[in-house]
Design a protein around this ligand. Structure first.
Ligand SMILES: *Cc1c(COP(=O)(O)O)cnc(C)c1O
Length: 498
């Protein structure tokens, strides 16, 4: 059963938690109790396929889904050729006891695919269980990566429609082209004359509009959300941490039971939280290293015990981590406070009204034992990309580079000799301009558009362009709708024909 982190709503089944997304008291759904990774599975772990492992782990959490329902979802998401390798998430040895877990082999070249490829199946199953026969309309406001990953996941999934709003001038050329060339009979992509905040506000307004909701209900539609606070997006991410441990065993890099460190480039705190849940389930993890860019709210809270969002916001070369309020940190606070909903509600209330809160000393103490925070500035990000390419001939994206630097700093400070798994969240071609500039300098990049940069990067490194980004320029543009920010609801109505 699932509880709200603010402790003011009744327990509900997994399918309802996934269906609702957010709890009615404003909190996030968390499992009442974390299951242990079954002893019998440790023996089998090295020989299990990604799909086999995913079925086992999802089964531990989704009590009201049948084995067949889980199997169908897992096979469709990870077994159907949507990922460009059977391993789904290959583990690459970088030397010096460092292993890169490549989470970007899905259709859109970023790690969001790991969850958004399976979420549509978990969600449509949940809705069917609720007895509803309505068509689900997923509304997404995106600043880039989430929109395309959600489109790729929901395209042509029966019983669903997906509508993505993006800021007209707020996404990169590659990100825009990825979205507007999306196929699928149930997809719609709309440019908004405004910024990301306008898009997000517009979507929230549509969600909250009861009259509009009623009209849609009568026409057979119901809204849902695919953003990262949904439990259905977090759960699939636990799988690949166990998977990486299995791969380390297969290659003889570790002995059974040996502790590892895990480093995660962090934004909304979802990915690293999944690693924490894996550790609580019994994965032998010595330390979780939380890596941030110049927006280092998380580094600071892990050092001072004060979460303080009152600070300047920076646009960096790792934009998916440019975030000051990490929603999923609330789940971590709930877990480490022993499930104290009152404490969480009070802290998050303070964050809202005063812009900061202090974590109680006993909770903070536990937090520091589990997690260390490190930040990496723009110059070090670029230097890490260059150094890693020159030394290991391995091409890092900007987000993964932040993590590689954080690990080096953590090892220097702690003396840890553990094997480390580094979560790699994007393919380097997704952030080609910054990667190219890091390798060859800004002068060489001048005058090249994003598509030419990809080709130049491929020519220089010999690393093939990710198949999800290949031939992007030639793809047919299928979505040209553009609206004023006041007209987003009208656009939804027009798309759905209501
Ligand atoms: C979303 C994203 C992140 C941040 O992940 P969180 O789960 O929000 O911490 C990091 N890197 C890339 C490339 C992303 O798309």
């Amino acid at each position: 059963m699932y509880l709200s982190t603010r402790g003011r709503t009744p327990r509900i089944e997994a399918s309802k938690a996934i269906h609702r997304g957010l709890a009615a008291d404003g909190g996030l759904f968390v499992p009442e109790k974390l299951p242990s990774f079954p002893a019998a599975l440790w023996e089998k772990l090295p020989s299990m396929s990604y799909c086999q492992l995913a079925k086992q782990i999802l089964g531990l959490y989704l009590d009201d889904y049948s084995e067949a329902e889980i199997a169908k979802a897992v096979d469709a998401a990870y077994g159907g050729g949507h990922f460009d390798t059977e391993a789904v998430a290959p583990l690459v040895n970088l030397g010096e006891g460092r292993h890169v877990l490549e989470l970007w082999h899905g259709p859109t070249a970023a790690f969001k695919d790991m969850a958004l490829q399976i979420l549509p199946y978990l969600l449509t199953t949940a809705i069917a269980k609720s007895g509803s026969d309505k068509e689900v309309v997923i509304l997404v406001a995106t600043s880039g990566d989430t929109g395309k990953a959600a489109l790729a996941g929901f395209a042509d999934v029966p019983g669903t429609r997906i509508i993505v709003f993006y800021p007209k001038d707020g996404v990169s050329a590659v990100q825009k082209q990825q979205m507007v060339t999306t196929t699928g009979t149930n997809t719609a992509v709309v440019a908004v004359d405004g910024n990301f905040d306008d898009c997000q506000r517009g979507v929230k307004t549509i969600f909250g509009d009861r009259d509009f909701g009623k009209v849609l209900d009568e026409k057979g539609f119901v809204f849902s959300s695919a953003n990262s606070i949904n439990w259905g997006r977090l759960l699939p991410q636990i799988v690949y941490y166990f998977w990486s441990y299995g791969q380390l065993l297969v290659t003889g890099s570790i002995q059974k039971g040996e502790n590892i460190d895990i480093v995660v480039p962090t934004g909304n705190f979802g990915n690293i939280l999944a690693a924490y849940y894996a550790k609580e389930m019994g994965l032998p993890v010595a330390k979780l290293v939380c890596a941030s860019n110049k927006n280092k709210v998380l580094t600071d809270v892990l050092r001072s015990g004060v979460y303080d969002r009152k600070r300047d916001f920076y646009r960096t070369s790792s934009p998916s981590m440019d975030i000051l309020v990490s929603s999923n940190f609330e789940r971590f606070l709930f877990a480490l406070s022993g499930g104290d909903g009152e404490l969480v509600a009070k802290a998050l209330g303070q964050l809202d009204t005063e812009g900061s809160y202090r974590i109680p000393a006993a909770v903070f103490q536990k937090m520091r034992e589990i997690m260390a925070g490190y930040a990496c500035d723009e110059a070090d990000t670029a230097a890490t990309i260059r150094g890693c390419y020159e030394k290991e001939h391995y091409l890092l994206d900007t987000h993964t580079a932040v993590a590689v630097k954080a690990l080096a700093d953590y090892r220097r400070d702690s003396g840890s000799k553990n094997r480390a798994v580094i979560a790699s969240t994007a393919n380097p071609y997704k952030f080609n301009a910054a990667v190219y500039t890091a390798l060859l300098g800004a002068e060489k990049a001048r005058g090249l558009d994003e598509f030419q940069l990809s080709e130049a990067l491929a020519a220089y490194t010999g690393v093939p362009i990710h198949r999800g980004l290949e031939g992007l320029r030639e793809k047919k543009v299928l979505h040209t709708k553009s609206v004023a920010k006041e007209d987003m609801a009208a656009a939804v109505g027009a798309i759905l024909g209501v």
